[in-house]
Design a protein around this ligand. Structure first.
Ligand SMILES: [Zn+2]
Length: 263
């Protein structure tokens, strides 16, 4: 069964890889054209030269390179339940957060998640597969450096089109979350795709909407919560929060920000 699963997964990934590069506010991959338009430009060039001297123990907020354009986020509070960690535009991971997280590969693919999340994703994957639907893992964990490189590439691309650095940075942040502010940087979320172009209209999406909460996952950026999440609707982005919280949010219709405001 495991071997069969691996083959099916590989086929699904091969078939859908092209669709994988579609963007979202937090969704970026190494396959975008942005990479070829300046990924090699050093990400440190536009920032504070002092950032070179920072140590890994310092929080992200002290090394924020985009203060000229984007308000410095607070450091995410990592003292609570790990599965309810709030990472968003206003709350960035400490730069060394991932050092204490064990990352593992998911469903025999190259995609990784926090080990504490991976088994739940695989349970969900297997349950959907039993219904004939393959929840192809497209993008799980992304390193801080990769997020930074992609973000900087987008800034460079816009500057190449004539924008000022400030304006280019603001515009880039509408398409790609700045480094440290994406749930992918924490290994807590997976982008799931299908061979069809619009994930929202797939049976996979429908299945997830009906069942994901029973495996601890939520649709993190719902269509009707964009004013709260500050992220465009992303039907493919599923975040692990644990079964109890996921079921509660499913029932109440709250997004994570709202749920955490009273928990
Ligand atoms: Zn995502």
């Amino acid at each position: 069964m495991k071997k069969l699963l691996a083959v099916i997964t590989a086929l699904c990934i091969a078939a859908s890889f092209a669709a994988c590069s579609k963007g979202g506010a937090e969704n970026t991959t190494t396959t975008t054209s942005a990479d070829s338009s300046g990924a090699e430009l050093t990400s440190k060039d536009g920032g504070d030269p002092d950032s070179e001297a920072t140590t890994k123990d310092q929080p992200l907020a002290s090394t924020w390179d985009y203060a000229y354009a984007i308000e410095t986020p607070k450091v995410a509070d990592t003292s609570g339940d790990w599965n309810l960690l709030l990472v968003n535009r206003e709350h960035a991971l400490p730069e060394n957060y991932i050092d204490s997280v064990e990352l593992v590969n998911v469903c025999n693919t190259d995609e990784q998640l926090d080990k504490r999340v991976a088994s739940h994703y695989e349970d969900m994957f297997n349950a959907a597969a039993a219904d004939g639907l393959y929840l192809t893992p497209c993008s799980g964990y992304r390193s801080y450096e990769l997020q930074k490189r992609n973000f900087q590439s987008r800034i460079d691309m816009y500057m190449g089109q004539g924008m000022t650095m400030t304006y280019a940075t603001i515009e880039a942040s509408k398409v790609i979350l700045p480094p440290g502010t994406s749930e992918h940087n924490a290994g807590l979320a997976m982008d799931i795709i299908s061979v069809q172009d619009s994930f929202e209209n797939t049976e996979h999406f429908k299945w997830l909407c009906e069942n994901a909460q029973d495996y601890g996952f939520i649709l993190r950026y719902p269509k009707d919560k964009q004013d709260v999440t500050k992220i465009v609707y992303e039907p493919w982005h599923w975040r692990y929060v644990g079964v109890e919280a996921a079921r509660e949010m499913k029932k109440s219709g709250e997004c994570l920000e709202e749920y955490l405001s009273h928990h």
